[in-house]
Design a binder for this molecule. Structure first.
Ligand code: GLY
Ligand code: MN
Ligand code: MN
Length: 433
């Protein structure tokens, strides 16, 4: 039996923050892949965060005020459909199993929504997310307005419900962290498996298959994003996903892959030599990126701000690029001119949670926000050197990123992906076994 207490708590938290009014939060629709086949169904994160309900065709309605109420609309039970597509709770089953106050058939949505919206002062809804839902909401509001002569009024104000939910989702609770730790563990095991399997002459997709095998055999539902398995020069393509090239002796392999478990993402990158031994120049760049990550992790703690980790990583990378004569001048000069961007063009991390690039504001009142316990994010510096006339040839096509997932704790942070080998020594030893 699913523990529904966290979902009830979140609904109550949102209801308490609402200034009266009504919130409408639909789940995701099923997406057609081609013809009559569909992509594997994936619920909407806001809906799932508040309900734990994983069926398509459902809408959550929260009514604030003196007697707050949560109402679910969902698919009816239907033996014929259940024979073909599997179990459906049906409204009454869902109400009991998930602790809603009321539940109705989704087929009654258009009939009941104008009644629920009537006389509510404000509507909390994520306008602009989905054209279909925007249209439906407009239709219901117009239906209420059409009843004006009977004395009812429509909500005079629409407030983006995501402003409240994003802030709630930014701080992970104990139960969320337990899921995220497990997702991180599975992904770390997948990276260990991939390192062990890699040999010169194999194809990138063979290594991708090792990752997927570990994800699924451990119970993760899917990759949290398309795995990047990028050998040699492909590692310099930041969003490389074709994964169809052969792996060459002497090249590095960059793998950015993480599973999704029960709605929560993990996100790990490791870069290692295809033949199990780093060359001297690969090691030089690797140690810079590793030191940049270590410097960023030191400032992933309460009292520091979101951008401090990026600045800490940047300083180490700028210093390293100057030492290798890939940039000229002082560290401050390189940071000011932005010359480092030729080799390090992304930021050092992002919030992590139900989405791999999770919700939550990075700034508050135009300042980078302060780090607080329960915030969860990635730390992922990199260095990518493309062939160019002014770059010595031995650096060409080296692409390295090292990415871990961290949770801010009272005294610093917990690295939940630490089980994936990371130092040059650890990697070479793991691959040699
Ligand atoms: N895997 C996506 C990212 O690292 O941001
Ligand atoms: Mn990431
Ligand atoms: Mn990643």
């Amino acid at each position: 039996m699913k523990d529904i207490a966290p979902y009830l708590r979140r609904r109550q938290t949102l209801l308490r923050q609402m200034d009266g009014g009504i919130a409408v939060i639909p789940t995701a629709s099923q997406a057609v892949r081609s013809g009559d086949t569909h992509y594997p169904y994936r619920f909407d994160n806001y809906f799932h965060y508040l309900t734990g309900f994983t069926e398509p065709g459902a809408v959550l309605v929260l009514i604030a005020g003196d007697e707050p109420k949560s109402v679910l609309f969902c698919r009816d039970k239907n033996i014929e459909h259940e024979i073909w597509d599997g179990f459906r709770h049906g409204p009454e089953g869902a109400r009991l199993a998930f602790g809603f106050d009321e539940a109705y058939s989704i087929s009654r949505l258009d009939e009941l929504m104008p009644q629920l919206l009537a006389n509510q002062p404000r509507l909390y809804f994520a306008l602009g997310c989905n054209a279909q839902w925007d249209k439906q909401i407009t239709g219901w509001l117009n239906a209420v307005r059409g009843q004006a002569r009977t004395g009812v009024t429509a909500p005079g104000e629409i407030i983006d419900v995501r402003d409240f939910l994003d802030e709630m989702r930014l701080f992970k609770s104990k139960d969320e962290l337990a899921t995220m730790r497990r997702a991180a563990e599975i992904s770390a095991a997948a990276h260990r498996r991939a390192m062990r399997a890699t040999r010169p002459g194999m194809m990138e997709y063979e290594i991708e298959a090792e990752l997927l095998h570990e994800f699924r055999k451990s119970g993760a539902q899917a990759p949290a994003y398309t795995s990047i398995v990028a050998g040699g020069a492909n590692a310099c393509v930041l969003h490389y996903v074709s994964n169809d090239a052969p792996l060459r002796d002497g090249d590095l392999l960059l793998i950015d892959a993480g599973c999704e478990l029960d709605g929560y993402a993990s996100d790990i990158t490791r870069t290692f030599p295809v033949n199990g031994r780093f060359s001297a120049v690969q090691k030089d760049i690797y140690e810079i990126v590793l030191a940049a990550q270590a410097a960023a992790i030191v400032v992933a703690r309460p009292g520091k701000c979101w951008n401090d980790q990026h600045m800490a990583a940047l300083r180490v990378i700028a210093r390293g690029l100057i030492d290798l004569k890939l940039c000229k001048g002082s560290v401050n000069g390189v940071l000011e001119s932005g010359d480092y961007k030729r080799y390090y063009m992304h930021r050092t991390g992002h919030w992590l949670g139900m989405d791999v690039h999770d919700v939550g504001a990075y700034k508050q009142n135009s300042d980078w926000r302060a780090l607080r316990v329960g915030m969860t994010f990635t730390v992922e510096p990199g260095c990518y050197i493309r062939p160019a006339a002014d770059v010595p040839e031995h650096f060409w096509n080296i692409g390295i990123r090292i990415e871990d997932d961290v949770v801010v704790t009272a005294n610093g942070c917990e690295i939940i992906t630490a089980a994936a080998p990371k130092s040059v020594g650890e990697i070479e030893q793991w691959m040699a076994q």
